[in-house]
Design a protein around this ligand. Structure first.
Ligand code: 13P
Length: 238
Protein backbone atom coordinates (compact mmCIF):
# COMPACT_ATOMS: atom_id res chain seq x y z
CA UNK A 1 0.00 0.00 0.00
CA UNK A 2 1.38 3.38 -1.04
CA UNK A 3 0.08 6.84 -0.22
CA UNK A 4 -1.01 8.69 -3.34
CA UNK A 5 -1.56 12.33 -2.47
CA UNK A 6 -3.11 14.56 -5.12
CA UNK A 7 -2.15 18.22 -4.90
CA UNK A 8 -4.45 20.00 -7.32
CA UNK A 9 -2.85 23.38 -6.54
CA UNK A 10 -4.93 26.29 -7.94
CA UNK A 11 -6.54 24.41 -10.82
CA UNK A 12 -9.98 23.55 -12.20
CA UNK A 13 -13.07 25.73 -12.38
CA UNK A 14 -16.29 24.39 -10.83
CA UNK A 15 -17.56 22.59 -13.95
CA UNK A 16 -14.19 20.97 -14.64
CA UNK A 17 -13.93 19.84 -11.02
CA UNK A 18 -17.39 18.22 -11.15
CA UNK A 19 -16.45 16.21 -14.25
CA UNK A 20 -13.09 15.28 -12.68
CA UNK A 21 -14.79 14.19 -9.46
CA UNK A 22 -17.09 11.78 -11.32
CA UNK A 23 -14.08 10.29 -13.12
CA UNK A 24 -12.07 10.02 -9.92
CA UNK A 25 -14.88 8.05 -8.28
CA UNK A 26 -14.34 5.37 -10.93
CA UNK A 27 -10.56 5.21 -10.52
CA UNK A 28 -9.43 1.87 -9.07
CA UNK A 29 -6.75 2.75 -6.52
CA UNK A 30 -5.73 -0.94 -6.25
CA UNK A 31 -5.53 -0.85 -2.47
CA UNK A 32 -3.36 2.26 -2.34
CA UNK A 33 -4.36 5.13 -0.05
CA UNK A 34 -5.64 8.07 -2.09
CA UNK A 35 -5.72 11.49 -0.41
CA UNK A 36 -7.20 14.37 -2.43
CA UNK A 37 -6.03 17.94 -1.74
CA UNK A 38 -8.31 20.18 -3.82
CA UNK A 39 -8.75 23.93 -3.58
CA UNK A 40 -10.51 24.80 -0.31
CA UNK A 41 -13.71 25.81 -2.15
CA UNK A 42 -14.09 22.17 -3.32
CA UNK A 43 -13.24 20.41 -0.05
CA UNK A 44 -16.87 19.54 0.69
CA UNK A 45 -17.42 18.14 -2.81
CA UNK A 46 -14.66 15.58 -2.27
CA UNK A 47 -15.66 14.92 1.35
CA UNK A 48 -19.26 14.24 0.35
CA UNK A 49 -18.02 11.82 -2.27
CA UNK A 50 -16.31 9.89 0.58
CA UNK A 51 -12.71 10.58 -0.43
CA UNK A 52 -10.00 11.01 2.18
CA UNK A 53 -9.41 14.72 1.92
CA UNK A 54 -6.48 17.00 2.71
CA UNK A 55 -6.21 20.77 2.44
CA UNK A 56 -3.36 22.51 0.66
CA UNK A 57 -2.81 24.94 3.52
CA UNK A 58 -4.05 26.06 6.93
CA UNK A 59 -3.63 29.27 8.88
CA UNK A 60 -0.85 29.66 11.43
CA UNK A 61 -3.39 31.48 13.60
CA UNK A 62 -6.01 29.82 15.74
CA UNK A 63 -9.03 31.95 14.81
CA UNK A 64 -10.25 35.52 14.55
CA UNK A 65 -9.76 38.52 12.28
CA UNK A 66 -7.58 37.03 9.51
CA UNK A 67 -9.44 37.77 6.29
CA UNK A 68 -9.11 35.05 3.69
CA UNK A 69 -7.56 32.49 6.04
CA UNK A 70 -8.89 29.03 6.97
CA UNK A 71 -8.08 27.57 10.38
CA UNK A 72 -7.11 24.05 11.37
CA UNK A 73 -10.22 23.90 13.59
CA UNK A 74 -12.44 24.82 10.64
CA UNK A 75 -10.81 22.17 8.49
CA UNK A 76 -11.26 19.59 11.23
CA UNK A 77 -14.94 20.49 11.64
CA UNK A 78 -15.43 19.76 7.95
CA UNK A 79 -13.78 16.33 8.12
CA UNK A 80 -10.38 17.14 6.60
CA UNK A 81 -7.77 14.60 7.74
CA UNK A 82 -4.48 15.88 6.24
CA UNK A 83 -2.94 19.25 5.37
CA UNK A 84 0.06 20.07 3.18
CA UNK A 85 2.50 22.28 5.06
CA UNK A 86 5.63 24.04 3.89
CA UNK A 87 5.15 23.39 0.19
CA UNK A 88 7.93 25.15 -1.72
CA UNK A 89 5.37 27.31 -3.53
CA UNK A 90 4.14 28.59 -0.17
CA UNK A 91 7.69 29.13 1.06
CA UNK A 92 8.54 31.02 -2.14
CA UNK A 93 5.42 33.04 -3.01
CA UNK A 94 3.99 33.53 0.47
CA UNK A 95 7.33 33.82 2.29
CA UNK A 96 6.48 31.08 4.77
CA UNK A 97 9.24 30.66 7.33
CA UNK A 98 10.13 27.49 9.20
CA UNK A 99 8.77 29.17 12.32
CA UNK A 100 5.38 29.79 10.70
CA UNK A 101 5.38 26.25 9.37
CA UNK A 102 6.00 25.01 12.92
CA UNK A 103 3.01 27.03 14.19
CA UNK A 104 0.80 25.50 11.50
CA UNK A 105 1.98 21.98 12.34
CA UNK A 106 1.24 22.43 16.04
CA UNK A 107 -2.25 23.82 15.38
CA UNK A 108 -3.03 21.02 12.94
CA UNK A 109 -1.89 18.33 15.38
CA UNK A 110 -4.00 19.90 18.15
CA UNK A 111 -6.92 19.52 15.77
CA UNK A 112 -6.08 15.90 14.93
CA UNK A 113 -5.14 16.70 11.34
CA UNK A 114 -2.02 15.00 10.02
CA UNK A 115 0.43 17.49 8.51
CA UNK A 116 2.24 16.46 5.34
CA UNK A 117 5.43 18.49 5.68
CA UNK A 118 7.18 19.29 2.40
CA UNK A 119 10.95 19.72 2.41
CA UNK A 120 13.48 19.98 -0.39
CA UNK A 121 16.40 21.85 -1.87
CA UNK A 122 16.63 24.33 -4.75
CA UNK A 123 18.85 23.72 -7.77
CA UNK A 124 21.52 26.07 -6.41
CA UNK A 125 21.50 24.26 -3.10
CA UNK A 126 21.75 20.89 -4.84
CA UNK A 127 24.63 22.11 -7.01
CA UNK A 128 26.49 23.43 -4.01
CA UNK A 129 26.08 20.10 -2.25
CA UNK A 130 24.00 21.52 0.57
CA UNK A 131 20.87 19.37 0.22
CA UNK A 132 21.25 17.69 3.62
CA UNK A 133 22.07 20.97 5.33
CA UNK A 134 18.96 22.64 3.84
CA UNK A 135 16.71 19.77 4.79
CA UNK A 136 18.18 19.66 8.29
CA UNK A 137 17.30 23.35 8.78
CA UNK A 138 13.78 22.86 7.41
CA UNK A 139 13.18 19.90 9.72
CA UNK A 140 14.74 21.52 12.78
CA UNK A 141 12.52 24.59 12.38
CA UNK A 142 9.36 22.66 11.59
CA UNK A 143 9.82 20.14 14.43
CA UNK A 144 10.48 22.70 17.18
CA UNK A 145 8.66 21.77 20.43
CA UNK A 146 7.15 18.62 18.90
CA UNK A 147 6.83 15.44 20.95
CA UNK A 148 7.37 11.87 19.78
CA UNK A 149 3.58 11.49 19.66
CA UNK A 150 3.33 14.58 17.42
CA UNK A 151 5.99 13.26 15.06
CA UNK A 152 4.18 9.92 14.92
CA UNK A 153 1.27 11.77 13.31
CA UNK A 154 3.31 13.53 10.65
CA UNK A 155 4.21 12.58 7.10
CA UNK A 156 7.19 14.04 5.24
CA UNK A 157 7.18 14.74 1.51
CA UNK A 158 10.59 15.11 -0.07
CA UNK A 159 10.06 17.52 -2.97
CA UNK A 160 13.21 18.90 -4.57
CA UNK A 161 12.22 22.41 -5.66
CA UNK A 162 14.01 21.99 -9.00
CA UNK A 163 11.99 18.86 -9.78
CA UNK A 164 8.57 20.45 -9.26
CA UNK A 165 6.84 21.11 -12.55
CA UNK A 166 10.11 20.78 -14.49
CA UNK A 167 9.89 17.24 -15.83
CA UNK A 168 13.25 16.49 -14.19
CA UNK A 169 13.59 13.99 -11.38
CA UNK A 170 16.52 12.98 -9.17
CA UNK A 171 18.11 9.58 -9.71
CA UNK A 172 16.86 6.64 -7.67
CA UNK A 173 20.10 6.80 -5.65
CA UNK A 174 19.73 10.53 -4.97
CA UNK A 175 16.20 10.04 -3.60
CA UNK A 176 17.36 7.07 -1.52
CA UNK A 177 20.21 9.09 -0.01
CA UNK A 178 17.91 11.93 1.04
CA UNK A 179 15.10 9.80 2.40
CA UNK A 180 17.41 7.58 4.41
CA UNK A 181 19.04 10.74 5.80
CA UNK A 182 15.61 12.05 6.88
CA UNK A 183 14.47 8.70 8.28
CA UNK A 184 17.69 8.25 10.31
CA UNK A 185 17.59 11.80 11.62
CA UNK A 186 14.01 11.48 12.82
CA UNK A 187 14.58 8.04 14.28
CA UNK A 188 17.62 9.23 16.23
CA UNK A 189 15.80 12.27 17.61
CA UNK A 190 12.25 10.98 18.14
CA UNK A 191 12.46 7.20 17.90
CA UNK A 192 9.80 7.32 15.15
CA UNK A 193 9.80 5.51 11.82
CA UNK A 194 8.52 8.43 9.78
CA UNK A 195 6.58 7.96 6.56
CA UNK A 196 8.12 9.65 3.53
CA UNK A 197 6.60 10.50 0.16
CA UNK A 198 8.40 11.73 -2.93
CA UNK A 199 7.02 14.60 -5.03
CA UNK A 200 8.26 16.54 -8.05
CA UNK A 201 7.44 15.68 -11.68
CA UNK A 202 6.19 12.18 -10.86
CA UNK A 203 4.29 10.89 -13.89
CA UNK A 204 3.00 7.72 -15.50
CA UNK A 205 6.28 7.34 -17.42
CA UNK A 206 8.92 7.80 -14.71
CA UNK A 207 6.98 6.01 -11.96
CA UNK A 208 8.84 2.78 -12.84
CA UNK A 209 12.11 4.38 -11.75
CA UNK A 210 10.76 6.14 -8.66
CA UNK A 211 8.89 3.05 -7.55
CA UNK A 212 12.22 1.21 -7.23
CA UNK A 213 13.34 3.60 -4.48
CA UNK A 214 13.78 1.71 -1.22
CA UNK A 215 11.84 3.00 1.77
CA UNK A 216 9.34 5.27 0.02
CA UNK A 217 5.81 5.26 1.42
CA UNK A 218 4.16 7.01 -1.50
CA UNK A 219 3.94 9.93 -3.89
CA UNK A 220 2.78 13.51 -3.91
CA UNK A 221 1.41 14.24 -7.36
CA UNK A 222 0.96 17.69 -8.88
CA UNK A 223 0.46 18.02 -12.64
CA UNK A 224 -0.42 14.34 -13.18
CA UNK A 225 -3.10 14.50 -10.45
CA UNK A 226 -5.25 16.55 -12.83
CA UNK A 227 -5.30 13.75 -15.43
CA UNK A 228 -7.26 10.68 -14.35
CA UNK A 229 -6.13 8.55 -17.31
CA UNK A 230 -2.46 9.15 -16.54
CA UNK A 231 -3.09 8.36 -12.90
CA UNK A 232 -4.74 5.10 -13.91
CA UNK A 233 -1.59 4.12 -15.83
CA UNK A 234 0.60 5.25 -12.93
CA UNK A 235 -1.35 3.24 -10.33
CA UNK A 236 -1.29 0.15 -12.58
CA UNK A 237 2.50 0.26 -12.42
CA UNK A 238 2.77 0.35 -8.61
P1 13P B 1 4.47 18.38 -10.16
O1 13P B 1 4.05 16.93 -10.07
O2 13P B 1 3.64 19.17 -11.10
O3 13P B 1 5.93 18.50 -10.37
O4 13P B 1 4.17 19.00 -8.71
C1 13P B 1 4.63 18.36 -7.60
C2 13P B 1 4.15 19.04 -6.39
O5 13P B 1 4.50 20.20 -6.14
C3 13P B 1 3.22 18.33 -5.53
O6 13P B 1 3.03 18.97 -4.32
Amino acid sequence: MKYIVLNHKMNMDYKTMKIYLEQLKKLDTKGNKLIVCPSDIYLTNFLEAQFIVGSQNASSNKDGAYTGEVSAAQLRSLGVKYTLVGHSERRKYFKESNQEINKKIRLLLLNKIKPILCVGESLNEKNSDSTKEVIFKQLKGAFDKLSKKNVDNLIIAYEPVWAIGSGNIPTKEEIETVISYIKDLIFQNFNVNIKILYGGSVNEKNIDIINQVQGLDGYLLGTVSLDIEKMRVLIDKL
